[in-house]
Write a protein that binds this ligand. Sequence first.
Ligand code: N01
Length: 498
Amino acid sequence: MAETHSEIAILGAGFSGLAMAIALRRSTVSLGLPADGSGVVVFEREPRIGGTWAVNRYPGCACDVPSHLYSLSYAPKPDWSRAYAPQPEILRYIDDVARQHGVGPELRLGSGVASARYDEASGRWRLCTDQGDEHTARVIISAVGGLSRPKLPEIPGLERFQGPVLHTARWDNAVVLSGQRVAVIGTGASAIQLVPQLARVAGHLDVFQRTPPWIVPRPDGPIAPWSQRTMARWPLLRRLRREALRWSMDIRSLAFVHLPWLMGVAEWEALRHLRRQVPDPALRRALTPSYRIGCKRILVADDYYPALCQPNVALRAGGASAIEADGVRDRDGVLHKADVLVLATGFEATRPLPEGVVFGPGGRDLARHFGDCPSAYLGTAVAGFPNLFFLVGPNTGLGHSSMLLMIEAQVGYVTQLLRWMHDDGLRTLAVRADAEARYNADLQERLRRTVWGSGCQSWYLSADGRNPTLWPGSTFGFERLLATLRRPDFVVETGRDG
Ligand code: N01
């Protein structure tokens, strides 16, 4: 196939890739892009848009951020069906937003980027897709997300299991679960949504827990039609509601970041929830965490503890010691037979990009450069990698509010960078190494005192205990920081061709 070219290539069509594509459609004139949208291409390896919400299809998958805050600010949805929207509804919302904003022609679905190499002679990135197509772009924007590569557990014998093995982020609806003996490894955010659904259909369910999670009540329920009508009719009310939600969630960042001892209030609430839902003292003990709440992600569920109390469900505390052809051994070596193995073991969060995909000037491998602890300037740019910007990059994750707020702030920032490149005819733009280092030294210093560094192991941290994933502050603070471009923090090259 002939080589194609666009000014900008976006990698990934999840929420961040979609929000970026919409922003570029709205800015074609100020960015000097062709009005027909041909200046932008979005590569997506899945056959549809939606990113994490397209691939996480396990039963019970839903959002644990309130629906009215889990939407783009310019695309409100007054008729969310529930306080916490289920995955299929979020996916429909993403499709609707794409349609309403005309995103479509720029999409290359089923076309993942296998490699992206910076060509110093032309000042362009050369992309090669997993379909064998070639493409060049002046700028690439990574919108692959932090939680896109499933993590397999390091349990001996995993490859020996004879039955179907499902990861929560690679669900296969064709696998029969009804009446089967099912073993679930992991008790994180995905597992606690899945386990109650599996408990309903499985003949027997073993849940292998390595570390008990902290769980607080989930104030979920259907949203009444009168409330949906009110939200549709009164945009001001809708905005007020969203702002109230945003403030009430953002205020919690104070406890996570500055006053971890305040988390004691949430611990009290979680322990009361556990006492109310689990009458058996031995099971309650096994489910009681021994680390500070918030150190790992706080989970919200009303149906997880009751599911563990059902007669066909057993909690295997202490985790799994080995996997055999026909089951899983617990920490005491006892084999629990299973027909289906479910891995709810999370993602390669500190290694979102594998090695051998993105190569900067001089063939420098971005994943090697990142190692186990990626860092970037404002989560958006990396020194030595010109014309490459990140959405949901290092240290932009949240433990307390909606990622869409962070995504919109980053999309606005990248749009500013692109406008600067266009206005000044820049050939290349990259962040200065000293600016990036200063930013990250300050960030890690702030992260040291947070609840996330209070002594537990979590996907937030790298092997050496640094935190390359979370933003240590409020969403308002991040928005403010990204509102202004500090041009001296960048090194640019003029003399753009074409
Ligand atoms: O993954 P996790 P997840 N032996 O990494 C266990 C987002 N999300 O997919 O705690 C035994 O949280 C591991 O045990 P431990 C959200 O940001 C959002 O559940 O490390 N167990 C843990 O229990 C979330 O935080 C929504 O000791 C092993 C589990 O596997 C993120 O995705 C919904 C093991 C992994 O939990 C990831 O959640 C779902 C081993 N060898 C997810 N290895 C929303 O609602 C790992 N584990 C928006």
